[in-house]
Design a binder for this molecule. Sequence first.
Ligand SMILES: [Fe+2]
Length: 421
Amino acid sequence: MFGLTGVAFAALFQALGIGLFISGSYGAPAYVYPMHVHLSYGETDMQMVVTWTTYNSTDSVVEFGSTYLSNVVKGQVTKFFDANDTNRIWYIHRVTLQDLKPGMKYYYHCGSDQGWSDLFFFTNRRTDINWAPWIAAFGDMGSVNGRSIPRLQEEVAKGTIDVILHVGDFAYDLDSNGGAMGDAFMQQIESIAGYVPYMATVGNHENAMNFSHYKQRFSMPGDNQGIFYSYNLGRIHFVSISTEVFYYTQYGTAQNETQYNWLKKDLEKANEPKNRERYPWIVVLGHRPMYCAIADTDDCDLVRDKVRVALEQLFYEQGVDLEIWAHEHEYERMYPMYNYTICKGSEAYPYKNPAAPVHIVTGSAGCQELHDTFLPQPKWVAKNVLDYGYTKLKAINATHLYLQQISDDKVIYLLLVNLLS
Ligand SMILES: [Fe+2]
């Protein structure tokens, strides 16, 4: 009636203190409400990082506390374009919560004075030597046919999982449909990742635009945009690496060497006596396996597998205990292996004091590519399962690391591996 433009309306509403923003002639919606809320570990055990997305620019604020939301922390926002669709813009918000107490439960919400998320909560990691968290590990989980998502949601809600390790290949893919598939996936996992840390390892399905969706959407420790990093949890030293540096060399031929040098230093430090005593288990997470018995003839079923050629010797020399891989859509547990040689602790107890690392492949959390096909089971494969599902592990103490394989098809498999250090 007064011929006000959308901009003038917005200015009027702002002047009146009404939290409504209008753009365009008819008031296009403003996407200022937090989406894709997820947690990840920070640099120290007193930190937790909260990451979320908005489609419009807002401030980045988390309000949190153990009884009420008495702490206010501001963070950073990164504007992110998809190079294939410059009309799509994401604002990725990252806030690091500091000075968290061991084992304390905290409530939080995130957003800004333009809109807040639901109320979430998490329990900060403990630092005492007796803490043995339940850790879920898997790879290759998509928006479509993400079979393990419901059980993971239920386990997290019931407190039977303390942290998630997603070992590459997200959403299928994070950048598909102009990023809409990634958005759907991040929303699907919010009911998991808003409550326990969701630690990411990069896979081949994240390769588009130099892994930019992966680097932007997740916030991992270290300064390498989540490509490689390490952290301690309970009695485990976790090391997450990129196996894609051996395949996507168009993004840099030095990245392999850069990662190797970092990895060698990290493992040498983890093996300093005081560190290995406190964190006796060293577990490596990488997407493409060194060993598998799968009929796809492109990587881990080749003796000259690139990851194995580059890294097996280092992991063997540095006393890595367990290597968790994915990429193949199935579950395989190997006997302790080095250079295609079985290194059992003994015939009766193959996993007791083994002379080489144990490998598992756990890439069956479910995606639109369904399952892979096993080759005839070689003698170095101790167990293989085609069911959808995920792995749970727990470092019970300095001498026992316990693994389960959970089936989302029918029954729960409990596949025990006892590793004695
Ligand atoms: Fe993969």
